[in-house]
Ligand binder design. Structure first.
Ligand code: GLY
Length: 566
């Protein structure tokens, strides 16, 4: 199949899938015997699957998917952002790779405050919003250390999509329309996403020749090219056009970090997740510890009792997140305490069995920030049982909205994940303090939660999510749905979710999440309930049945995500 035929084929598949969704039917369950990929893009799944079928391992495929998403899903897939990867070899060793962006060396604690001490908008849009990108260093380090294939081979699909183009789908066209005004502020961005000054619509083809050249250079000369070569020069030139902070010295100094995965247990399952500077793993383990003493299955799915304990746990965990979590390379974090079962027991004593702790009535505001699809997550399992979960991001959709002229890619706005001013919420409504204050070369606190769940030493669930602060509660609920409510992975991902992040004091829920009687009773017991018009995170997951040796895909039809296996 040539590219045009394939695009048409997948457009038809998507149409069939969307018809199933609009008809209220669950999409067909995707199963496989050997290997599987679940991501936000069918084209990226295909690129990764081709690598697996050629004998590449899960990391080879994950790197191919990461670079492909940077082309075909440029609002979140990226080479100008950063993220985290959890990789576990079938033989048992596991690594957490931190390729989170770093603050430039010139960064200062008050850099986003105006003369009156108010936070400016510069953390979100424009050149000053960017941290030093980590994606290229991260993906290529993973390939070097855990992969088997050559750079050129895993980058080939991404380069082809950038050169030949890909067919714009309606989700991407909608995102472009929604962000039109901020994207048009920057000439290089306008040139990519409004080619010839025109808006792109579903069915149009988007070619990105500058990005293709950048990817060619990376394929040839590796990460050194991006951080010290021609691409680095273009980034620095772009920074100088908008008072950006990133210098050549910053780029040269960028490093990824291999960290030990954060581990814990839940009802006999082993959990491996991302340690700081992501708050994801610590918050996930703390949430699981807090609900473990409760028999959630007996209480019932989305009953008042189970929702109450889960929501009260969420409030406490996000309160702790705001105070204690930050970059572990810059300050001491009481991590062992935060994820210990003893600490959870002491926090549990504070929870009233019926009433919400914050009982005074607070009028719900709108959920801070947009609820759309920031960030992206994908998971891979190969035929040997090696597994990978990657979450990476530009932060906001389209990041800082600034594309690097001549290099064809968007820069992140990850500086917004720092606490620009203690007590003042960022775009996700998250507040922070000293532990997440801005400092030179520090990594901003993240919520990304790439996670593995093991039973008797075998990964049975590989997952992660996108959606800012909702990532943590979405991963948490997916695990609870599988372990406590015995759902299959696709059911667990699809089930409606709720979210509380301590501040604002509001329990957000998706339509259909709770019966009316539960909603009324929870409100009567002091919860401020708010139906969210947007999805509360999007999970991409896969499960493995060690007895039958089959894989099942758990794509999130909120995106819509896609699963592909063989
Ligand atoms: N930029 C979103 C996060 O890292 O949580």
């Amino acid at each position: 199949m040539n590219l045009a035929t394939r695009s048409l084929f997948f457009a038809l598949l998507t149409l069939l899938f969307m018809n199933a969704v609009t008809a209220g039917l669950p999409p067909p369950r995707v199963k496989a015997d050997n290997a599987m990929i679940v991501s936000a893009s069918r084209l990226a799944d295909e690129a990764g699957l081709a690598i697996l079928k050629r004998g590449g391992n899960a990391v080879d495929a994950a790197v191919a998917v990461g670079f492909t998403l940077a082309v075909v899903y440029p609002e979140a897939g990226n080479i100008g952002g950063g993220g985290f990867m959890i990789y576990r070899k079938a033989s048992g060793s596991a690594t957490a790779l931190d390729f989170r962006e770093k603050a430039p060396k010139s960064a200062t604690r008050a850099m986003y405050l105006d003369a009156a001490g108010k936070v400016t908008g510069e953390t979100v849009n424009g050149h000053r919003a960017s941290g030093v990108p980590g994606t290229v260093a991260g993906l290529l380090r993973a390939l070097d250390e855990f992969g088997t294939m050559k750079r050129a081979e895993v980058l080939r699909p991404a380069i082809r999509f950038a050169e030949e183009g890909f067919v714009v789908d309606s989700a991407f066209a909608d995102d472009l329309e929604e962000y039109r005004d901020s994207l048009r502020l920057f000439e290089a961005t306008k040139a990519i996403f409004f080619p010839g000054g025109k808006e792109l619509h579903a069915g149009d083809t988007l070619r990105q020749p500058d990005l293709a050249k950048t990817l060619h250079r990376i394929a040839k000369d590796g990460a050194k090219e991006f951080y010290e070569g021609a691409t680095a020069g273009m980034i620095v030139d772009e920074m100088s056009r908008g008072h950006g902070e990133i210098t050549l010295e910053d780029l040269k100094a960028y490093t990824t970090v291999r960290r030990a995965p954060l581990t814990g247990t839940y009802r006999g399952f082993q959990i491996l997740s991302m340690p700081p500077p992501s708050s994801g793993g610590a918050c996930l383990l703390a949430l699981l510890n807090l609900v473990e003493p409760s028999d959630l299955a007996k209480m019932g799915f989305h009953s008042e009792k189970s929702a109450h304990i889960m929501a009260e746990a969420m409030k406490r965990v996000f309160a702790d997140r705001s105070k204690y979590l930050g970059d572990p390379d810059h300050q001491r974090i009481p991590l062992r305490t935060l994820v210990s079962k003893e600490y959870a027991r002491s926090r549990l004593l504070e929870i009233d069995p019926v009433r919400a702790t914050e009982s005074k009535s607070i009028h719900p505001g709108t959920l801070p920030g947009r609820e759309k699809n920031h960030t992206t997550n994908y998971v891979v399992q190969d035929k040997k049982g090696n597994v990978v979960s990657v979450t990476y991001t530009l932060n906001d959709l389209f990041g800082s909205k600034v594309a690097v002229q001549g290099a064809g890619f968007l820069m992140n706005d990850q500086m917004d994940d720092f606490s620009a001013k203690p007590g003042v919420a960022n775009m996700y409504g998250l507040v922070g303090g000293e532990a997440n204050a801005i400092a030179p070369e520090k990594r901003p606190l993240s919520s990304m939660t790439p996670t593995l769940v093991l039973k008797n030493g075998t990964p049975v669930l590989v997952l992660g999510a996108r959606g800012g602060s909702k990532i943590i509660t979405a991963v948490f609920q997916t695990i609870v749905n599988v372990i406590d409510y015995k759902m299959t992975v696709d059911e667990a991902v699809r089930a409606p979710r709720f979210h509380h992040q301590w501040l604002p004091d509001t329990l957000f829920y998706e339509p259909g999440c709770f019966p009316n009687s539960v909603l009324q009773s929870m409100a009567a017991h002091g919860n401020v309930m708010w139906e969210s018009p947007h999805s509360l995170g999007e999970v991409e997951a896969l499960s493995f049945d060690p007895r039958k040796r089959t894989l099942t895909g758990g794509p999130d039809d909120r995106e819509p995500g896609t699963a592909l296996g063989y």
